[in-house]
Design a binder for this molecule. Structure first.
Ligand code: 5GP
Ligand code: ZN
Length: 112
């Protein structure tokens, strides 16, 4: 999508601090980190949110979780939280599917 912030980041049109990239997904540090480690993993193809995952685009989600497992291992991170907010009431502010990976501090439950 031409006017989507995370599509622009995935295309390199808006600068970001890259964590990982392949043909299907892009990972980059969050601009407003909520933990000592906080990066986002996005599909390069535009998917609006978790609510827009279907049988056709689901394989990229499995791939993203594999990437999260690989990247955290490479970082030496063993304990982490993966979050995807779906819809404004749940806290989604960017309408392009993204998975927050947070680590490096104690996490509380339930989330606020
Ligand atoms: P959400 O609120 O949709 O769950 O998560 C969106 C995340 O994107 C937020 O944590 C926010 O800090 C991050 N973010 C928003 N704009 C930018 C940006 O331009 N660059 C980076 N690196 N992160 C961004
Ligand atoms: Zn997008």
């Amino acid at each position: 999508m031409s006017d989507c912030l995370f599509c622009k980041i995935a295309r390199g049109e808006i600068p970001s601090k890259k964590v990982y990239e392949d043909e299907l997904c892009y990972a980059f540090y969050d601009i407003d980190p909520q933990a000592p480690v906080h990066f986002l993993v996005i599909p390069k193809a535009h998917i609006a949110s978790c609510g827009a995952i279907d049988a056709e685009n689901a394989p990229v989600v499995a791939h993203i979780f594999q990437v999260i497992s690989q990247v955290t291992k490479e970082m030496g991170v063993t304990d982490f939280r993966v979050v995807s907010n779906c819809g404004p009431q749940a806290g989604q502010s960017v309408p392009h599917l993204h998975f927050h990976v947070l680590s490096g501090r104690d996490m509380t439950w339930p989330p606020g």
